[in-house]
Design a protein around this ligand. Sequence first.
Ligand code: FES
Ligand SMILES: [Fe+2]
Length: 382
Amino acid sequence: MDRKTEVGLIREIVGLKDQKSAFLDREVTHSPISRYASPERFEREMAMIFRRKPVVAAHSSELEGQNAFIARDFLGLPLLLTRDADGEVHAFLNVCRHRGAKVEREATGCKRVFTCPYHAWSWSNRGDLRAVPQEAQGFPDLPRAERGLRRLPVAEAHGFVWIIANPDAGEMPEIDDWLSDLAPDFAWLGLNEHRIALIDTLDINANWKVLIEGGLEAYHFRVAHKKTIGSHFPDNLFTYKQFGPHMRAVLPRNAMPELGGTPEEQWILRKDANMVYTVLPNTQMLVQQDHFMWFHIEPVSEAKTRFRMATVVPNDAPRTDDMEKHWQLNHRISLTALKEDFELGEEIQAGFASRGNPTHIFGRFEGALNRFNLVIEEMLGH
Ligand code: FES
Ligand SMILES: [Fe+2]
């Protein structure tokens, strides 16, 4: 992000405060609840979005060092991510090419060779078939090149491992193209130079979009978070801008609207505001002063979402006990506030069954929710 953009974003907040106005879209809009509560709709989202678009599968620091691997089920696929001896990342289906057993049972570790627990076929961490016991007798003329682990398109960029969760998908697009002009922001934030300090996994009984929507407005802050973080933020002040399908939002803390009387040279966005980046379809980053929270969103069904919440910190932050305590405290505060959102999200989801509410209504200062939903509709071809 250049300085002009940074100052512009702050000026926008100061201006809204001067006008005593929230950031307003033109219209009130409506969102049918079928978007959040229908299994057919969910299947379509899986097929058209989660199996077709680049999704973040892991943070790079989860796959740290040569020959590291992660084996996890993700978006309904048994996934094996590896980093080879040259540091390059690969993504495979964790499925044996003999008779389909799960090749790697450990969740993480460090391996050059993966050996299937059933008949001991083995593959290198670059995916090529290395050994087949009793091959000459049992599998004469085995076309080894055709029996590599099934690959998924993969790329590593901005500190994340991106995949297309479909072995039949074509090429991975350039991630910076996919990010539509968010790449300069991510370079400015130095996302490449971060590591996960703490991570929690939560299984939530709510649609994935309900959870994302909770991060796209500040209307609820003073109400839903009144006992926790609400008082640190001015009431209902939140701006956003779309970048292709993605979004950057600015969530000012109390000091920012008051910067009007101070010299612009002293304005620092990250000092007095959080930023929320929503990278479709499954990643949100809440950028705070000295670290960011990463929300890794994995839809499980129309009413269930696996949510990984990580405190991601700069590699060059001191690795002292004091700093670890600082990250732990921040992590706990964020988790407490998020649990307030998730409790609401689960109640909203449970309420869909009543059919009492055919649509939700988004106010003019909840425009980001409508924009987010319109992007999804467009991806679904509606
Ligand atoms: S199923 Fe894996 S080696 Fe036979
Ligand atoms: Fe919230």
